[in-house]
Design a protein around this ligand. Structure first.
Ligand code: ATR
Length: 276
């Protein structure tokens, strides 16, 4: 009998997760079906319990429920607890356990561009929301030297540093101050929603970056944001949000099935769908 998997979110119709997971089930000969579920906030608890009741294998959680879902889970992986956000749940023997594969997915995605060398790098994260938090917490465990956060609201960035710094050195900057300090960084990570579904918006200007700075955006629609286009014009090495998206998906798939899926194939499917 097929096992049910899915993603809970609102909105959900543009999610690429069904595409990559259904293909990975087929590729690996697994009897699984992955569906998008549009859930209203007040029905989230019922949706989670319903999936447990019908014997689903697990599910993803996306915007805006990654934090709100936590009270409805039975157990939490230590990293998800540290981040305070869950994007993947595994249901086994009637127990729902929450994980966060966003941060680790980002680290896996960026490692090749840094030649797997995190030590000694200076990093700037732009944004202080849930995505920034997952990435900061995962990156803080890689041995990087300095990781600063720039955000419109300083207090949320300060909270991330206080909760997850793991002994690394971190400054909190305004967006304006970050623009003035860009030449200090080897890696710049854009995590805000500015630039999502827009070809012109960008949270900061990248005029001051060093050549060959690695610049990535976690947005993948549009594939090449205004932020990444400006980075490229200023000599950066860029990475789109597709890399992180497929890596977080691959880690979720592995938690559900114990199998490492073909990440390159996942990427090709998403790029084809995005028309890139
Ligand atoms: P996610 O879970 O995707 O990170 P989020 O928690 O809503 O989403 O965070 C959105 C991020 O985009 C935040 O860093 C937010 O800045 P604030 O913390 O100041 O709200 C940032 N953001 C959204 N709109 C912005 C704008 N117009 N200018 C600058 N930053 C913006």
């Amino acid at each position: 009998m097929k096992k049910l998997y899915g993603v809970l979110g609102n909105p959900i119709e543009h999610s690429m997760s069904p595409l990559i997971h259904n293909d990975a089930f087929k590729q690996n000969g697994i009897e699984g079906e992955y569906l998008p579920f549009l859930v209203e906030e007040e029905a989230l608890k019922e949706a989670v319990n319903g999936l447990k009741a019908i014997g689903a294998g697990g599910f993803n959680i996306t915007v805006p429920f990654k934090e709100n879902v936590i009270p409805y889970l039975d157990e939490l992986d230590p990293f998800a607890k540290e981040v305070g956000a869950v994007n993947t749940a595994v249901i086994k023997d009637g127990i729902i356990k929450g994980y966060n594969t966003d941060g680790p997915g980002f680290v896996k995605a960026i490692a090749p561009l840094l030649a797997n060398q995190f030590a000694g790098r200076n990093v700037l994260i732009i944004g202080g929301g849930g995505a920034a938090r997952g990435i900061y917490c995962a990156m803080a465990k890689t041995g990087i030297a300095q990781m600063d956060i720039a955000n419109r609201t300083l207090s949320s960035a300060e909270r991330i540093v206080a909760d997850c710094h793991n002994g690394i050195s971190s400054a909190v900057l305004s967006l304006v101050d970050a623009e003035k300090a860009l030449a200090n960084y080897d890696l710049i990570i854009q995590t805000t929603s500015v630039g999502l579904s827009s070809l012109h918006e960008s949270p900061i200007s990248l005029l001051g970056i060093k050549e060959k700075t690695v610049v990535c955006d976690i947005i993948y629609n549009p594939l090449k944001t205004a932020f990444l286009r400006e980075a490229e014009e200023n000599g950066a090495i860029i990475q789109t949000g597709v890399e992180m998206f497929v890596q977080q998906g691959a880690l979720a798939f592995e938690l559900w099935t114990g199998i490492k899926p073909d990440v390159e194939r996942m990427k090709e499917l998403v790029l084809e769908k995005l028309g890139g």
